[in-house]
Write a protein that binds this ligand. Structure first.
Ligand code: GAR
Length: 206
């Protein structure tokens, strides 16, 4: 009997270009996984359209229809109960302790800076204001500290003198689309080992 596919859920709030990169990797057989669910906290997130185009169950879960965050996240946990890995891809909502505990070690996020520099929002503007010469992107495990979990992969992007936030975002995004599917692949293939905060590959040199 064929073994069951690794089940991903992708949580989104907007455009969904990282979601698209994950879908494309799966369709090119670079990721032995299926996306079982796309979940958005924003009704008109374009990511939902992308999901539907590819025949993936794509759901808007309205935070306003719950009286508090705990109840909202309880419903999320219910929807995600058979998922192997929860991938945040531009999901602009901070997750609570109970949700994070329910999927301990099974939630990852992509962030458009070289963490621990510039966590939070508007990070390209912050990188430009600070005057750093490199920024980039980070895929990391999610813990209770915002953008603070153990780092899986990063890609550096040089900041050019002529950059503004838009041009820098664009070049960082290109790298996001490479490292996010790659980080998911490392997890699916059980190719990561952990020593404190340090995450390395079991199979070195590739
Ligand atoms: C991406 O740049 C992602 O790194 C960022 O939102 C964008 C979503 O784009 N995420 C965060 O800032 C999370 N802190 P996308 O919807 O096209 O994937």
């Amino acid at each position: 009997m064929p073994s069951e596919k690794f089940k991903l859920a992708v949580l989104v709030s907007g455009r969904g270009s990282n979601l698209q990169a994950i879908i494309d990797s799966i369709e090119k057989n670079n990721l032995a996984a299926e996306i079982s669910l796309i979940l958005s906290n924003v009704p008109d997130a374009y990511a939902l359209e992308r999901g539907k185009k590819h025949g993936i169950e794509s759901v808007f879960l309205d935070p306003k229809s719950f009286s508090n965050r705990d109840d909202y996240e309880k419903q999320m946990i219910e929807l995600l109960r058979s998922i192997d890995l929860v991938c945040l891809a531009g999901f602009m909502r901070i997750l609570g302790k109970k949700f994070i505990e329910a999927f301990s070690g099974k939630i990852i996020n992509i962030h458009p800076s070289l963490l621990p520099a510039f966590p939070g929002l508007n990070v390209q503007e912050k990188a430009l204001e600070h005057g750093v010469k490199f920024s980039g992107c980070t895929v990391h495990f999610v813990n209770e500290e915002v953008d603070g979990g153990a780092i899986i992969l990063q890609a550096a992007v040089p900041i050019l003198d002529e950059d503004d936030a838009q041009s820098l975002s664009r070049r960082i995004l290109e790298q996001e689309h490479i490292i996010y599917p790659e980080a998911i692949r490392l997890i699916i293939e059980d190719n990561l080992e952990f020593s404190g905060r340090r995450v390395t590959r079991k199979t070195r040199g590739n």
